[in-house]
Design a protein around this ligand. Structure first.
Ligand code: KG4
Ligand code: ZN
Length: 347
């Protein structure tokens, strides 16, 4: 089946065409992403109103390019999928309404995809992996450990009680005078820094529930930055490296706790999977490789360009849902808030 996927929940205007064969094997026919970095750079973060307007202006062209590159017509599609939330509501409305219009005119089913579900299922587009698996979803807006038990069946294992990991990267970057988005910048600066120079806290380390808390770490970075001000290039690099090292320690510890809790359950994971923009971080990926080897738990990482927001993940989640007969009516509403636990499952 061929599915067009549309993603507009944050600051990426994206569309893609993905194919899923009878064996559940996926392939990407096109994957067009317009990152609105220039539109938001001067504000140090995503401005919802600017994002919504940019989606309106960009989306038609992005979809046209995705269809052209895939070399398919609307008549050849089996469904049209769009992220219907959670996210910035203006953008979600633009994407979902466009998808409804295409579905209506082309006479194809609409699939309203949960953006988090799309991150969760992306790994099955690139790897042969059956359920269940443990997912670390770490992006700018979300940090959750989820037991992915089937399409539509997601069990929350733990999450952040304050900032998301990507948000902590972004805020740290801002404090240190680095541009937005902060994650890749902090990673780049950290490569030249000394991760042991600043003794930063590892919040939640050793706690029995696999939750995260990152606001204290962010505050500690600010206090250290103020202590050594004015900031030299070396201090910025050392702060980035020390911050990243603290994040790595916390992530690995929390994953160990989550895996230990699932080891004897009926849902013992077959693999550990990471999704969301933070999954693009090389140091975090390397640490995960190490813990995976040690615990003999296979690690499956989608390629970095599929970890950050994209249309292929929406199209793929649409195909996975369509394969189970899950389609949505044209009356489906966009949702700013949409926990994974409220996603419809096959009956
Ligand atoms: O999944 P995503 O593209 O968008 C959503 O938030 O849904 O994730 C973006 C987040 C941003 O906070 C960004 O700073 C972070 O992922 N990120 C990274 C890296 N690349 C992106 N964080 C750490 N290291 C990176 N290399
Ligand atoms: Zn995302």
């Amino acid at each position: 089946m061929l599915v067009l996927g549309i993603e507009t929940t944050c600051d990426e205007t994206a569309a893609a065409v993905v194919h899923r064969d009878g064996q559940g094997q996926g392939s990407i026919r096109s994957n067009i992403i317009h990152s609105q970095l220039d539109e938001h750079r001067n504000y140090g973060g995503v401005v919802p109103e600017i994002a919504a307007r940019a989606h309106v202006e960009l989306l038609d062209g992005v979809i046209r390019r995705a269809m052209e590159q895939a070399g398919v017509s609307y008549a050849q599609l089996d469904a049209v999928a769009a992220a219907a939330g959670p996210g910035l509501i203006g953008g979600v409305i633009v994407g979902l309404t466009t998808a409804k219009a295409i579905a209506l005119v082309a006479g194809k089913p609409l699939i309203a995809v949960n953006h988090l579900e799309a991150h969760a299922l992306t790994v099955r587009l690139t790897h042969r992996l059956s359920f269940p698996f443990l997912l670390l979803l770490a992006s700018g807006g979300h940090t959750q450990l989820i037991s992915v038990e089937d399409v539509g069946r997601y069990r929350f294992i733990g999450g952040t009680i304050d900032d998301a990991i990507g948000e902590a990267f972004d805020k740290t970057a801002k404090m240190l005078g680095l541009p937005y988005p902060g994650g890749p910048e902090v990673e780049r600066c950290a490569a030249a820094g000394d991760p042991t120079r600043f003794n930063l806290p590892r919040p939640m380390l050793g706690r029995p529930e696999p939750n995260f808390s990152l606001s204290g770490l962010k505050t500690a970075v600010r206090i250290e930055a103020e202590r050594v001000a004015p900031l030299s290039e070396e201090s910025v690099a050392d702060l980035c490296a020390s911050f990243q090292a603290a994040i790595v320690d916390v992530v690995i510890d929390r994953i160990r706790v989550a895996l230990a809790g699932l080891r004897n359950s009926a849902w013992k994971p077959r693999a550990l999977v990471v999704a969301g923009g933070v999954g693009a971080n090389r140091t975090i990926r390397d640490a995960l490789e190490a813990v995976s080897g040690e615990l003999a738990m296979p690690l499956m990482l989608p390629p970095p360009e599929l970890c950050t927001d994209n249309g292929a993940m929406i199209a793929w989640a649409g195909a996975e849902r369509l394969a189970r007969g899950l389609v949505d009516g044209l009356e489906t509403s966009p949702r700013a808030r949409w926990p994974l636990g409220e996603v419809a499952a096959p009956t």
